[in-house]
Design a protein around this ligand. Sequence first.
Ligand SMILES: NC(=O)c1ccc[n+]([C@@H]2O[C@H](COP(=O)([O-])OP(=O)(O)OC[C@H]3O[C@@H](n4cnc5c(N)ncnc54)[C@H](OP(=O)(O)O)[C@@H]3O)[C@@H](O)[C@H]2O)c1
Length: 272
Amino acid sequence: MKTARIRQGRHRHCPGCGRIGLAQSLSLITCSRSTDSLLMTIEFPAGFRALVIGAHGAIGAAFVSLLQRDARCGEILAVSRSLDNGFDLEDAASIERLADSLRAQAPFHWVIDATGALTIDGIGPEKSLARLEASALARSFAINTIGPALLLRHVGPMLAGGDAIYAKLSARVGSISDNRKGGWYGYRASKAALNMMLQTAAIELQRRNPNLRVVALQPGTVRSALSAPFQAGVPDLLEPETSAAGMLQAMRSLAPCSGAHFIDYQGRPIPW
Ligand SMILES: NC(=O)c1ccc[n+]([C@@H]2O[C@H](COP(=O)([O-])OP(=O)(O)OC[C@H]3O[C@@H](n4cnc5c(N)ncnc54)[C@H](OP(=O)(O)O)[C@@H]3O)[C@@H](O)[C@H]2O)c1
């Protein structure tokens, strides 16, 4: 299984742009460090290891780009379906193979799963009950809930002891108490179910490591392929780097708690 392995500050030059050269497969992509690092509350050890899954998406690529500029980050593993390595959230066996290929690079201090889908095979979010289709609902759950839960199952044991973060891109529409508009059945429900997976897994994993932060993230409305059909009329559309920078800073400021956090890109808590 191929992943892009990005070691900071050595050897060759990194493309260093928003969308990194993931097609370069297992090659070591390296970059020159910038000295600016984000305000830190969580103090990861120098040379800490990060894993970004969904690294070819708009938000995932922004996370990789920003972590490359973090002087304390020693290595970033960037995983994406687009590496043509067979990894697919709808294929449980491919998630196991990915985990097998990652084990030698563990432990990870910071894992960010930035995968997700809203429009699947051209079918967008349902506006009414009459539009519900079993197959579309099942696929939304497969990509947004079940695949990420299996990833957490396999990657959870690879998390570092002490301060560590497991973050998953969720969405505000997954909040049951915040749902005042209705619509978007499958996406909403798959993100709400994802949130429950994160909360439940957090309780279990924190028995071994009380300093593990598990976090469901709302990135804001961000310019990406996923949001493209829905950007019209959004007054505060965010660039991926703006959103990702906010989320990185917010995550570093999270105190250990029992269970998962659900926060937006400015660190504001969202009711479940
Ligand atoms: N953009 C927004 O406004 C917004 C708002 C709220 C929440 N979110 C959430 O933020 C996350 C990232 O979204 P984005 O805006 O960055 O979207 P994006 O650019 O479309 O990225 C989506 C990512 O998910 C991966 N992915 C999709 N289906 C997959 C599958 N079956 N197997 C493996 N990987 C799969 C894609 O992989 P490939 O690139 O390899 O296809 C890509 O890396 C999602 O969870 C989304 O729900 C986004």
